[in-house]
Design a protein. Structure first.
Length: 288
């Protein structure tokens, strides 16, 4: 990227062109596809809204990313997904790995990747994208705890998503959640997956906790797995419960505490290989 301003102009032009070609998606809810979770949330999460996904530690960022990608797939349908990343995320965790996205059921060719040098650039690009009704979902990934990402900034993102109908997901790792206008806030960590035949790694499993819901839904905690074939979440029989619930649970729905995690809980996103020629990931379009 030559500069944030030049990249932002390029992004605006591409979004305007996409908006002319696309009919806005219907406003409503994005269901998880997991009946128990959807029922607890009243059908799912709001489509035209800002939602936050947190990883409690950097090691959980792959899990939080997988969960956010699953939500983006559910929200976007066949529409493109725009992903805004701060450059330092690549340096800290690795670049997005197109084969990993494919393993989750997301065609990398549908991802429009935007990089910015700092959090200010990430928020500017994310705000522009969140206003575009042609996009099915927007993923915004800053790094650390920038001062610019305050309550006012989250309100701008929230209003942009409400106006366009584009589901907007703010993805963050190892930070203390600040005040925010996001509709929901989730904490996501990795859980062991269940092996398939021949001890092949199974579907990715996430431990998710609803920290806040602006519509008054109580905190809750669930274990869900993502099915690439169904492009849907489903309950994983480990520790699904609502916060504050009483009473025991059937032992069949408890994880074996002695069971060792598989060596690959999640499809890897970062690539531990050199970037493709020209510095671009194959199959991912880049704005700017």
């Amino acid at each position: 990227m030559r500069s944030n301003s030049l990249a932002l102009n390029d992004l605006r032009r591409q979004l305007e062109e996409a908006a002319l070609r696309t009919v806005p998606a219907a406003v409503g809810q994005v269901s998880f596809g997991a009946p128990g979770l959807d029922a607890a949330l009243g059908g799912g999460i709001a489509r035209a809204a800002l939602h936050e996904v947190y990883a409690p530690a950097t090691a959980d960022l792959a899990a939080a990313t997988g969960f956010a990608v699953g939500l983006a797939i559910r929200a976007a349908g066949m529409r493109p997904i725009l992903w805004v990343r701060q450059d330092v995320v690549d340096a800290e965790t690795g670049r997005l790995h197109p084969p990993g996205l494919t393993e989750l059921g997301l065609d990398p060719g549908r991802v429009l990747l935007v990089r910015a040098r700092d959090a200010v650039g990430v928020l500017r690009a994310g705000s522009e994208a969140a206003r575009c009704p042609a996009l099915g979902a927007v993923l915004i990934e800053p790094w650390g705890e920038p001062r610019c990402l305050d309550l006012t900034a989250s309100r701008r993102l929230s209003l942009a998503a409400e106006g366009s109908g584009a589901t907007t997901l703010l993805l963050r790792a190892s930070v203390s959640p600040p005040p925010s206008a996001a509709r929901t806030r989730w904490l996501v960590s990795a859980l062991p997956s269940q092996a398939l035949e021949a001890n092949a790694p199974g579907d990715p499993v996430f431990g998710i906790r609803l920290l806040r819901h602006r519509s008054g839904v109580a905190e809750g905690e669930w274990s869900v797995e993502w099915s690439r074939d169904r492009q849907s979440f489903q309950e994983h029989a480990v520790r699904n419960h609502r916060a504050g619930a009483t009473g025991g649970q059937d032992d069949r729905h408890r994880a074996d505490p002695d069971a060792a995690p598989l060596s690959r809980t999640l499809v890897p996103f970062p690539a531990d290989r050199p970037a493709a020629a020209g510095g671009e990931e194959p199959g991912i379009r880049r704005a700017g």
